[in-house]
Design a protein around this ligand. Structure first.
Ligand code: PA5
Length: 467
């Protein structure tokens, strides 16, 4: 049976929050803007930087190739390592955590049924050394993922693994590398052609943070034995259910409108709080998607707007014991999105056993999932009582189909919200600036001017350094 995720936004409304909540009239006031944003996404799906909106429809041949390649990797390698960062890493991490065993790499080979899985999304030298302590390059496949083929972090990792593999395996080393990159731009595609790596392409119309449903995410998922066709079907289902321009009939559009109205009222923080460990890294993936897409200094008319909402990740119930105090009693500057799971894939019954200790005994005989969900309901109640904006996305069960829906819901929400804000959702000039400054610090050719700019910046004063 196809299960659909659902949105409950009662606790965003004045009926429940009083003056802190929104009225129907306030939603009506942004309905036309939301409809225009919806039309923009519908009309441009597959074009410009909206290629991600066609990935669930147009990838049949690519998916066949991905599944065949993944089966090959599953049979021939003991470890699969993703080298990538940002949009080239957060999706694979989130999908892995959502759909595979929580201690996947520690399972026996037989129980795991496929290679161990690592995502190296940093250039910390201790971490790189640690990786080589637990993998044997001779039995490892490395998936180098970079759309630009120029990202320093990923290319430095590529340089390291290519040297290690060449030293260890000689000419056969190229069979241990799969490249996922733009089909013509950047260095990785040139290297892939030169060395003859198996290569998958990231369409030029799909940006990093919108790329999880492209080969960026699908190959790692397929190597893990995840049913990528069902993941795509779930995403498609969400798109099909988002055809209405009426925000009350379209969950991603409604989410976008709610956040848009929230931002207008100074709610500058968006907290993503799943109540399930399996969805923990969906919050990380969302943080990049929301932060990098909406955080823009100027709008499409060149007006300075400093748009955006700071995304924060939290995990229920863990962060009830860390952040909820602030969310309940701190500044009125947040919108909390809970993700609730109706049915956990496995349960654990808390045993009977302490009848003489009623303060503990009330827990006995309950399922852990019931405890988790009751704590979520209690937190939702406490936030609502304190008049804090919150809404809940219900996931019937975490599986390929519902995860595909969830990923697409957030991508659509982001695209709609960016259009409502009249900003470029798909660029990241702030990130590019840092990338260029890094190149200049390493005296990369072509970045001489940037180097001069850096050198002429005001030097730090010892006056403000203590310790
Ligand atoms: O969303 C984005 O475009 C960025 O976060 C990129 O994914 C990130 O900077 C990595 O870029 P690349 O895939 O080109 O190495």
């Amino acid at each position: 049976m196809k299960q659909n995720i659902r949105l409950d936004y009662n606790n965003m409304m004045a009926d429940y929050l009083g003056s802190e909540g929104f009225t129907d009239a306030e939603l009506d006031a942004v309905a036309a803007k939301a409809a225009t944003a919806h039309a923009y996404v519908e009309q441009n799906a597959g074009k410009g930087m909206l290629g991600w909106a066609r990935l669930a429809y147009d990838q049949d041949a690519i998916v066949e190739d991905i599944v065949a390649t993944a089966n090959d990797i599953r049979s021939n390698f003991k470890a699969f390592v993703v080298l990538g960062i940002g949009g080239s890493a957060l999706g694979p991490i989130a999908v892995f955590q959502a759909l595979k065993h929580m201690h996947y790499n520690e399972l026996s080979d037989q129980k795991r049924g496929g290679p161990k899985f690592y995502v190296e999304d940093n250039v910390d030298p201790e971490r790189m050394n640690a990786l080589f302590d637990v993998i044997d390059p001779a039995t490892t496949c490395f998936n180098v993922i970079t759309k630009s083929g120029a990202t320093s972090e990923t290319m430095s990792q590529y340089l390291i693994i290519s040297r290690v593999l060449q030293d260890k395996l000689g000419a056969d080393w190229t069979k241990h590398v799969v490249a996922t990159t733009d089909c013509e731009k950047g260095n990785l595609i040139k290297l892939a052609k030169k060395e003859g790596f198996k290569t998958f392409y990231i369409p030029s119309s799909v940006g990093g943070r919108f790329s999880e449903l492209s080969p960026v995410g699908l190959l790692p998922a397929a190597v893990l034995g995840i049913d990528v066709k069902t993941l795509l079907e779930g995403a498609k289902d969400m798109q099909e259910r988002s055809k209405s321009a009426d925000l009350r009939q379209n969950a991603p559009l409604l989410c976008a409108a709610l956040q848009y109205v929230s931002m207008g009222k100074g709610k500058n923080i968006s907290v993503m709080m799943p109540y399930a460990d399996s969805l923990k890294y969906i919050a990380d993936w969302y943080c990049q998607l929301w932060g990098e897409s909406l955080g823009k200094a100027v709008d499409l008319d060149g007006k300075t707007v400093y748009a955006g909402q700071t995304p924060v990740k939290a995990l229920g119930v863990t962060d009830q014991h860390s952040q909820i105090q602030l969310y309940t009693e701190g500044p009125f500057d947040k919108v909390v999105t809970f993700i609730a799971v109706d049915r956990f894939r496995q349960e654990y019954r808390i045993p009977e056993g302490l009848p003489d200790f009623p303060d503990v005994n009330f827990l006995c005989g309950n399922d852990m999932g019931t405890l988790l969900n009751n704590e979520r309901k209690a937190t939702e109640y406490a936030l609502t009582k304190a008049k804090r904006l919150n809404h809940t996305i219900y996931v019937p069960e975490v599986n390929e189909y519902t995860l595909g829906q969830l990923l697409m819901l957030f991508m659509l929400e982001t695209a709609y919200c960016g259009a409502m804000l009249n900003i470029n959702t798909f660029n990241q000039p702030g990130v590019e600036e840092g990338k260029k400054a890094t190149f200049a610090l390493f005296d990369r050719k072509g970045f001489e001017e940037k180097k001069q700019e850096l050198l002429s910046a005001k030097a730090k004063s010892d006056k403000y350094i203590i310790g």
